[in-house]
Design a protein around this ligand. Structure first.
Ligand SMILES: CC(C)(COP(=O)(O)OP(=O)(O)OC[C@H]1O[C@@H](n2cnc3c(N)ncnc32)[C@H](O)[C@@H]1OP(=O)(O)O)[C@@H](O)C(=O)NCCC(=O)NCCS
Length: 187
């Protein structure tokens, strides 16, 4: 397993000089991960799902992560989990060069580089495993997330019009991606 180094990685320092540490999530992190997810869902405006999976379901996912296929990282500051990133690849041979990402940072820990640290870790992982592309979905009104993705080199790839119900209106969903290898270049 090549993840040991990444388990120890540190990236980014916030305003107060507190380092952000990014590490692989483990089975024992299920409760903390769920609490982070609940916090994001409680804000009611970022994720499209109805709520987080149960702690049991998250523990099962963490137990069965495969370091080259489905990974979860936790970001910690001052010993406290403040964000996470998930990356997963489909098994199909025609699609396995792409990883789909989700990233989120707890409300009180935004704007100090945690999102950037998590995505940098995800990109390093993707390059390590020879992936060619990182993809993600984001609601068109999510200014901070779109700003983060653009900052890190993600570009718009598609728009799903009226995809997300939001109050009485329907919001577009954007598909953004970062190509680690130009799409036209052969294997
Ligand atoms: C989107 C999110 C992950 C950003 O994480 P973060 O830790 O606050 O971002 P960082 O501090 O690492 O910022 C990195 C870059 O992102 C961009 N960015 C961050 N917040 C921004 C904002 N509010 N507006 C515009 N750009 C922003 C900036 O370019 C920033 O770089 P800079 O500080 O050098 O200008 C965070 O706001 C979040 O978790 N939001 C709620 C959950 C969510 O929307 N997840 C994504 C679902 S698709």
């Amino acid at each position: 397993m090549d993840g040991t180094q990444r388990d120890r990685s540190e990236a980014g320092r916030g305003a107060a000089g507190t380092p952000t540490r990014v590490r692989f999530a483990r089975r024992g992190d299920a409760a903390v991960w769920r609490a982070l997810q609940q916090g994001i869902y409680d804000e009611g405006c970022w994720f499209v799902g109805d709520g987080p999976p149960s702690e049991t379901a998250l523990a099962a996912r963490l137990q069965h992560v495969s370091r080259d296929r489905a990974v979860v990282w936790l970001a910690e500051r001052g010993g406290r989990a403040v964000g996470w990133c998930e990356a997963s690849r489909l098994a199909a041979a025609r699609l396995e060069h792409v990883a789909w990402l989700t990233v989120a940072v707890a409300q009180g820990s935004r704007g100090v580089g945690v999102g950037r640290a998590l995505l940098s870790e995800a990109e390093a992982w993707a390059r390590q495993w020879g992936l060619r592309k990182l993809s993600l979905h984001v609601r068109s009104g999510n200014v901070a997330a779109i700003g983060l993705y653009r900052r890190l080199g993600f570009e718009l790839e598609g728009v799903e019009r009226g995809q997300v119900r939001h109050g009485g209106t329907f919001e577009d969903n954007l598909i953004m991606a970062k190509h680690l290898v130009p799409p036209e270049s052969p294997e």
